[in-house]
Design a protein around this ligand. Structure first.
Ligand SMILES: *Cc1c(COP(=O)(O)O)cnc(C)c1O
Length: 443
């Protein structure tokens, strides 16, 4: 199709260059329509999506309570449309803007955006030159990506046990160190940071690298420091995480040299086009994802505040139920409540499956994160690069944990429905409800 101005349509402005036609048309279209932003007609037809609230299923009284729901609104929609209309979809200024905002939000010098949380782990390991012959100590209480990333780079995964808080126990890590250990990979599970001061001390003493899997812990802090600043750390922006852009990942690091290597690794080792400085890969994020990510980052403080308020309400309502242990937060750690995870012990009046079924009948989704330890699957059996170690506390915990909905779109009525169903199933008396027990406590 010929897009050049015709003889009867005088061209305005400077002589048209290739591509300037669509760009200037986009310029015009970018002007926001006066009444409703972006695709207003669709919204009116759908009739359920409100512009004053994030998008998502409508809250009808008997709606199903999901274990997670993304917090999306008109701002994300507008941001994606602006990218589409700009004509530039691959990594560009929006990725850079997202990286700057992510680094600032986590109080760290460098943030490098990648395609997902798993490639973030792989890129971080490669940036620190961890590969065949190197052992990395990690926790078995994590999502499979932590282990798969270690195997992908050719490293050996050695597992150490967790503490009562579900997190890597520094004493168990110390006992697992061998002459081939080169790194520790703590996981900030459920949004609660691992004991970074002790892990860092241990790592410094043995000259080990620390790479934290912070996929579930955007905005979390430990001993006054962001989890993104305490060491090299990796984040995920998958659909269920505290903030999301569908698929996406970030590696943060205080080290400029590591940041530079990360940027090379994610782009086939190229600093300049077709000049390869190392054998990298394609771990790039798109402009659409980065645009959503920046909006989501702006929502993060409110998302985490709501999650903390919901966790406080759940704990107030579930305290004192026999056989149920509510989650604890050590004083020096800011928990971002990616999951609200209770433990059901042997003296509980119902088994975990029974509780899950009762919740399901009441229209509430509850999940076990994770039903098995990371290495406990047939495909990893007898794997030459997996050192399972002795992890009895993690084994006990996987049989006891149950995560209840805590996401920011829940209402007090939703949370009380969760509390009442759990209490009924566990034969505990109805809770005494104070008018407003969900004020966030000082974090
Ligand atoms: C989600 C998650 C990952 C992987 O992130 P993706 O973006 O899904 O690849 C890694 N580790 C943990 C602990 C996670 O929860």
């Amino acid at each position: 199709m010929n897009i050049a101005p015709t003889a009867t349509e005088p061209a305005t402005g400077p002589a048209a260059e290739p591509g300037s036609g669509p760009a200037s048309a986009a310029q015009e279209r970018r002007t926001p329509p006066p009444a409703s932003p972006a695709v207003g007609a669709d919204r009116d037809l759908a009739g359920t999506v409100r512009t004053d609230l994030p998008f998502g299923p409508p809250r009808v009284p008997e709606h199903r309570i999901r274990i997670s729901e993304p917090q999306l609104g008109v701002e994300e929609e507008t941001a994606v449309l602006a990218v589409l209309r700009s004509g530039r979809l691959t990594s560009g200024p929006r990725v850079e803007e997202f990286e700057r905002a992510f680094a600032a939000a986590h109080g760290v010098a460098h943030a490098v955006a990648v395609s997902n949380g798993t490639t973030a782990l792989v890129a971080a390991l490669r940036a620190h030159d961890i590969g065949p012959g190197d052992e990395v100590i990690t926790t078995p209480l994590t999502f499979g990506a932590t282990l798969n990333a270690l195997l992908e780079v050719g490293a050996t995964a050695r597992f150490a046990d967790v503490d009562d808080d579900f997190l890597l126990d520094p004493a168990a890590v110390a006992a697992a160190i061998t002459p081939r250990t080169c790194a520790i990979m703590p996981v900030h599970l459920y949004g609660l940071p691992a004991d970074m001061p002790d892990i860092t001390r241990l790592a410094d003493h043995h000259r080990l690298t620390v790479i934290a899997d912070a996929a579930q812990a955007h905005g979390a802090r430990v001993a006054g420091q962001s989890v993104g600043a305490a060491s090299t750390a990796t984040f995920s922006m998958y659909g269920s995480k505290n903030i999301t852009c569908g698929e996406g990942g970030v590696v943060t690091t205080p080290d400029a040299r590591i940041a530079d290597r990360l940027r090379l690794i994610r782009n086939h080792g190229m600093r300049n086009r077709y000049e390869h400085l190392l054998a990298g890969s394609n771990y790039r994020l798109t402009e659409m994802q980065a645009a959503i990510g920046s909006v989501q980052l702006g929502r993060l403080p409110e998302i985490n505040r709501r999650r903390a308020a919901h966790a406080a309400r759940l704990t107030a309502g579930l305290e004192g139920v026999p056989g149920l242990i509510t989650p604890r937060r050590p004083a020096d750690r800011l928990h971002v409540w990616h999951q609200y995870t209770v433990r059901l012990t042997d003296d509980a009046r119902a088994g975990r499956d029974e509780v899950i079924e009762a919740l399901d009948r009441a229209g509430i989704e509850a999940r076990v994160f994770y039903p098995r330890l990371a290495f406990d699957h047939d495909c990893y059996r007898d794997h030459p690069r997996i050192a399972r170690g002795d992890t009895p506390r993690a084994e006990l915990v996987t049989r006891q944990v149950l995560s209840l909905p805590v996401h920011p779109r829940l209402t007090d009525t939703d949370l009380d429905r969760v509390i009442d169903t759990v209490r009924q199933t566990l034969d505990a008396p109805a809770p005494i409800r104070t008018p407003n027990p969900d004020r966030p406590t000082a974090l």
